[in-house]
Design a protein. Sequence first.
Length: 217
Amino acid sequence: MKLSLIKDKLHPKLYDKIDFTHLRPAQAKSVDAGLLDRKNLLVCTPTASGKTLIAEIAMVQAIYNNIGKGIYIVPLKALANEKYEYFKEKYKDLRVALSIGESDSSDAYLDRFDIIITVSEKLDSLIRHKSSFLRYVATVIVDEVHLLNDPRRGPTIEIVLTILRSVLKKTQFIALSATIGNPKELADWLGANLVMDDWRPVELQKGIYLDGDVEFY
């Protein structure tokens, strides 16, 4: 799909920041599934297939259109730092916050920011302290959502999503994963349209390594 085909649906500032001419298959499927109509999506596609841009379009579009803030939930602090640097560099006109600290507080300063990058444990704390910025959230991105099945981190993610979905009735939820065993069931639980695709930028090959040689099959 040519990016120009959806130019009229994208905010001009967002369109100008997308530096390629064609959407990847998963991105095109997400548009068809309601990405720009603020539908909830569960996107299950391989690594490097373009999932981050899907989330980015949903979140930044809502900010530029004055609908509300965006929360980007990742499983690890290192990944949170990576996403923070990415959005801070690309969207210099937006206010990007990194909230991954150990302090158990409402972090009232987050009211001033457009994008909040965080981890589920910190977001759980912010919810329990009834952080005021939450009422202004228009988009919630959940990266690596398959970790719902993780015995250690899964319960926190599930609680956070359950509370947010019950409180933020008009918020768009975008869940991302490269691997989910039960995508249809999870999509139903999230109230989301399911987007699946197996395209990847580099062909995946399998082989056996032995004594310095790899035999592909």
